[in-house]
Design a protein around this ligand. Structure first.
Ligand code: DX5
Ligand code: ZN
Length: 228
């Protein structure tokens, strides 16, 4: 059977954008060919850093029609789901370590009209998310400890990408497999080879001399792996 390469989705993280010009930055991401916009929400409790909240998301919502891939690094995220969906989240991802009633939160995100995602930290085993795979559309595998951009990729997390692909195929599920943290062209290639369908990245994309060319290359990584 002929090999059909998958197009990889690229989700630049605005954590690496110029926060003083966030509207223009978000608007530029469409011009350079991004698929989604990754929005890192940090509460200073689940992670040591504090970033942006629903007010900022709703302020930048009008600058683009690209999907907002909102990554909640927030303790007890169930308290804020309505606010983030109202602000304009398309994908809304919670952390398995941060929430007691995961199934309830996933269900609520869907009922609110957004697409539910679940994320796990580098030291959290894949078994922690297994029970929820049939009810999510996005699994966000952290490849750095969450909290800051610019950290080195944790190669030991790659096996979870393989686990996710295996579970998805075995149970005929259909969730996206995203990786987040330390992703560049090299680590992104490794993740795509292991089964990732979405690459979320801040530093490597915002520092690239030509972001459009970089995104286009990443979108075709599956092709380059199959026919080097
Ligand atoms: C880290 C965030 C990431 C971050 C990635 O906690 O979840 O999305 O923006 O940044 P880089 O690509 O610089 O590692
Ligand atoms: Zn993130």
């Amino acid at each position: 059977m002929a090999f059909e390469p998958r197009m990889i989705k690229v989700a630049p993280s605005i954590l690496s954008a110029d926060f003083g010009r966030l509207g223009e930055e978000v608007s530029r991401l469409k011009t350079v060919g991004a698929d989604w916009i990754h929005v890192d929400v940090m509460d200073g409790a689940f992670v040591p850093n504090i970033t942006i909240g629903p007010g900022v998301i709703s302020a930048i919502r009008g600058w683009t029609d690209l999907p907002f891939d909102v990554h909640l690094m927030v303790d007890r995220p169930e308290r804020y789901l309505e606010q983030f969906v109202e602000a304009g989240a398309d994908f809304l991802t919670i952390h398995v370590e941060a929430c007691k009633d995961i199934a309830g939160a996933i269900d609520k995100i869907r009922k609110l009209g957004a697409t539910p995602g679940l994320s796990l930290n580098p030291d959290t085993p894949f078994s922690a998310v297994e029970a929820y795979l049939s009810s999510i559309d996005l699994l966000l595998i952290m490849t750095v400890p969450p909290g800051f951009g610019g950290q080195p990729f944790r190669r030991d997390c790659l096996s979870k990408v393989g686990d996710a692909l295996g579970a998805r195929d075995a149970h005929e599920l259909d969730f996206e497999i995203s990786v987040d943290g330390g992703i560049d062209r090299i680590t992104g290639t490794e993740c795509v080879a292991a089964g990732a369908t979405v690459l979320a990245a801040g530093s490597a994309l915002f520092k690239a001399p030509d972001m459009a060319a970089e995104i286009a290359t990443w979108q075709r990584l599956d092709e380059s792996i199959q026919s080097p």
